[in-house]
Design a protein around this ligand. Sequence first.
Ligand SMILES: NC(=O)c1ccc[n+]([C@@H]2O[C@H](COP(=O)([O-])OP(=O)(O)OC[C@H]3O[C@@H](n4cnc5c(N)ncnc54)[C@H](O)[C@@H]3O)[C@@H](O)[C@H]2O)c1
Length: 372
Amino acid sequence: MNQGEIRLGGVGCGGFGLYALQQFAQVPGVKPTGMAGTHRQAAYAAAQRFGIPDIEDVDKLLARDDVDLIYIATPPFLHHRQALAALEAGKHVICEKPLAMTVEQADSMIAAARKHDRLLIANLMQRYNPVYDAVERLIQSQTLGELLHGYFENYASDENLPPEHWFWDQSKSGGIFVEHGVHFFDLFAGWLGPGAVVAAQRGLRPGSSPPIEEHVQCTVRYGSTVLVNFYHGFHQAGRMDRQELRLVFERGDVTLYDWVPTKARIHAIADEAQTRALCELFPGARLDVSTTYSPKDRICQGRHKALDIYQMIELAWGEGTNKSHRYGELLRAILADQLAWARDHTHTRKITEVNGRDSLAVACAADRLAQA
Ligand SMILES: NC(=O)c1ccc[n+]([C@@H]2O[C@H](COP(=O)([O-])OP(=O)(O)OC[C@H]3O[C@@H](n4cnc5c(N)ncnc54)[C@H](O)[C@@H]3O)[C@@H](O)[C@H]2O)c1
C-alpha cells in the first residue's frame, strides 16, 4: 500500500455511506478519489461534498489505479459480490456490516483477502469505544465479582424504513439478526469469548404483506454460566429510539445507554478499595454514595457467599457526550487502526476479518433457530 496517501473509493453512498465517508476522509492521509454504485441523488450530494467524480459503474471504479481502498456501503446482499471483485482487483476493502449474508460467503471473501494479502474487515466499530475497554477491564478484574447475566435491548426507530425498503426484505438484508445484531454479537464476544445461541424467536408485524419481521430476540450462552439476552425491535418513532445494555455481576451492575454507547451507570455495593477501583476503571465518573452501612448492617449474602459491604454507590460516566461525535470518533479510529495494519502487518489491530465472519455466524445461527 502507498505509504503516504490512501486513495479511497466509495461504493454505495446512501444514508450511512455518506456519513462514514465524511469521517474516513478526516483520517490523516486518506483522500476520497471516486465513487460508484449508488443512486443518482445520493451520488450527486456525495460527489459535491468531496469534489470527486461519480464513476457510477463499480467495475470502472475497481479498475482505476488511483484507488487503494474500497469502502462498501451498499445493502448486505451486495457485499459479497462487490468485496470479492474489489479484492480480485487488488484493492483493500472495508465493508459495511454484515460482512456477507452467509458464513460460506464470508469464508470465500476472507480466502480472497489472504490470497491477495489485502485488508478486509466489516465495519464493526463498537470495540473502538473507550467504554468497551472500561467494561472489559471491569469483567477481567472482577471488581464487582463474577459476571452472571447481560442483556441488550434495542427499541429502534423504523420511521425512515418504509415498507418497500430493502431492510425488510430478508433476501437483501439477511433479517434483523444479520443486518443489525452482528454489532452486538461482536461486542459481547470481545468481552466474553465465543458464544452459543441457545434460544431465538422472531415476531412478524400483524397484517404485513409481504411479512415484516419487526422484532427478534435470542439468548446466547458464554462459557458455562453467563447468559445474555439480545432483543432488537424496529417499531418505534424516531424520537423514542432507545437502547440499553446491562451487565449484572455479583455485587452490582453496569448499564450502557444508546446503541453507540456514550454513557454508563454503575450501581454497586462496595468497600472503599472496590469504590476506588471502579473510579479508576471509569475515569472522570461522578461518584454518589447512596447509603453507608453501619457495622451491624455490613454483613450480607449473595450466591451463598458472605459479603462485607461498606456502602452502596452510583457512578455516572460519560454524561454530556455527544453521540454523533462519539460515532465519528469510532469510525475514524477503526480506519486508522486498519490502515496501520495494511501498511505494516506487525501492527496489532483491534478487530480483523474474523470478527466479521464470527459475528455473522452467531447471527445466522440465531436467525435459523428463530425461523424454525
Ligand atoms: N456500521 C454502522 O454502524 C452502520 C450503520 C448504518 C448502516 N450500516 C450498513 O451500511 C449499509 C448501507 O446502509 P444505509 O443505511 O446507508 O442504506 P441506504 O439504502 O441509505 O444506502 C444504500 C446505498 O447503496 C446503493 N445501492 C446500490 N445498489 C442498490 C440496490 N440494489 N438496492 C438498494 N441500494 C443500492 C444506494 O444507492 C445507496 O447509495 C448496510 O449494510 C447497513 O447495514 C452500518
